[in-house]
Design a protein around this ligand. Structure first.
Ligand code: NDP
Ligand code: GDR
Length: 350
């Protein structure tokens, strides 16, 4: 039997790299969409990408962009995938306030273009579709914990764009009987998390401070609480959704929420740096040593025009129907990320 073919948009990102690895292990032929960039953007998949000149490659990369419909139709026609995973996005919430139109184009219309490509090529009966939806759609939360039936209240251009992508996926499922599913995923992190998301920003900075290479970390809202899990497990959840007889929408979450403040405190502790928290509200000084040297400072530039204060997911449906459950506690995840950042520094010249 010939291998199943999967097309992953966003293959060069955190989740794309874990998903590509998983699908290759499962014997898939993996096709990834990568953007042309002026410098290498394939660092996360270098070790699994095989040169097409190899005798039997299992992984292929295609230049493309989810803002380019003709390109998507052509790639879809060439690959005729059994499964499409739409992970491509301008995925940074704060950046979406600066680039709202581009974010809408890529994150909202990107999903529509892929769904239309499947329809135009009459692949509805052949191709299953996964959309990377987000807990950010809950935004100003209407109930806690959040489930698949919790009402949405998006609080950023990113979340609004993702809400469109979510509903258009649901609509195409209902209108055209497509096997299209959405994972409503809460935050998930890993050692290859983008460097400007708060967890990785913290683990990288603490590793650098511990090595004496940096002396301060600037953060925004320390009170925000998030439900943080391990990206590898969320990639497995995406695949599981497309193996079901029926499509559907599933929350993927750990069921535990932690503040940015506590996450920061733990990472310093794990690096062996003893800090105390100074001040409250406007007098907040961040984290300082007993001798008064403040290593974490609050920088209002990282405050968002509209913030999402507290997200906590209930993944009972995924557990009951997919047999999926988050496994790595956030404390362990933080340790893994810090260890990887410390190891990377040891190998790089000062
Ligand atoms: P990343 O930011 O790490 O990766 C995003 C990927 O999308 C990269 O490969 C990027 O390419 C690609 N991309 C961006 N814009 C375009 C475009 N216009 N055309 C084609 N590709 C593009 O995100 P994650 O891996 O963390 O997240 C994967 C998906 O899951 C995203 O859609 C995100 O919004 C969603 N999500 C993520 C969560 C998380 O906590 N990680 C939680 C819920 C949802 P390049 O490498 O060239 O920049
Ligand atoms: P988020 O992740 O917005 O939840 O979106 P991020 O790590 O950017 O922020 C989490 C919380 O930390 C607060 N914060 C800071 N954030 C950043 N980036 N930098 C800082 O210095 C800082 N200081 C405090 C933020 O205000 C926020 O409350 C992520 C992305 O992966 C989305 O694509 C995904 O959909 C959601 O998770 C679920």
């Amino acid at each position: 039997m010939s291998a199943k073919r999967a097309l992953i948009t966003g293959v060069t990102g955190q989740d794309g790299s874990y998903l590509a690895r998983l699908l290759l292990e499962k014997g898939y032929e993996v096709h990834g969409l990568k953007r042309r960039s002026s410098s290498f953007n394939t660092g996360r998949i270098e070790d699994i990408y095989e040169d097409p000149h190899d005798p039997d490659p299992q992984m292929y990369l295609h230049f493309g962009d989810v803002t380019d419909a003709t390109n998507l139709i052509r790639v879809m026609q060439e690959v005729q995938p059994h499964e499409v995973y739409n992970l491509a996005a301008q995925s940074h919430v704060q950046v979406s306030f600066e680039t709202p139109e581009y974010t809408a184009n890529a994150d909202a219309l990107g999903a529509l273009r892929l769904l239309e490509a499947i329809r135009i090529l009459k692949l509805e009966g052949h191709t299953r579709f996964f959309q990377a939806s987000t807990s950010e759609m809950f935004g100003m939360v209407q109930e806690t914990p959040q489930t698949e039936t919790t009402p949405f209240y998006p609080r950023s251009p990113y979340a609004v764009a993702k809400l469109y992508a979510h509903w258009i996926t649901v609509n195409y499922r209902e209108a055209y009987n497509m096997h299209a599913s959405c994972g409503i995923m809460f935050n998930h992190e890993s050692p290859v998390r983008g460097e400007t998301f708060v967890t990785r920003k913290i683990t990288r900075a603490v590793a650098a401070i511990a090595a004496g290479r940096e002396d301060r970390l600037f953060l925004g809202n320390l009170d925000a609480r998030r439900d943080w899990g391990h990206a590898r497990e969320y990639a497995r959840g995406m695949w599981m959704m497309l193996q079901q007889d029926q499509p559907g929408d599933y929350v993927l979450a750990t069921g535990q929420a932690v503040s940015v403040r506590d996450f920061t405190r733990w990472v310093f502790e794990d690096a062996g740096i003893d800090l105390e928290f100074r001040g409250e509200g406007e007098d907040e000084k961040g984290f300082c040593t007993k001798t008064g040297k403040c290593l974490v400072e609050i920088d209002p530039r990282y405050f968002r025009p509209t913030e999402v204060d507290f997200l906590l997911g209930d993944a009972s449906k995924a557990k009951a129907q997919l047999g999926w459950e988050a496994e790595t506690p956030v404390r362990e995840l933080a340790r893994e990320m810090l260890a990887a950042d410390m190891a990377a520094l040891k190998d790089s010249p000062a």
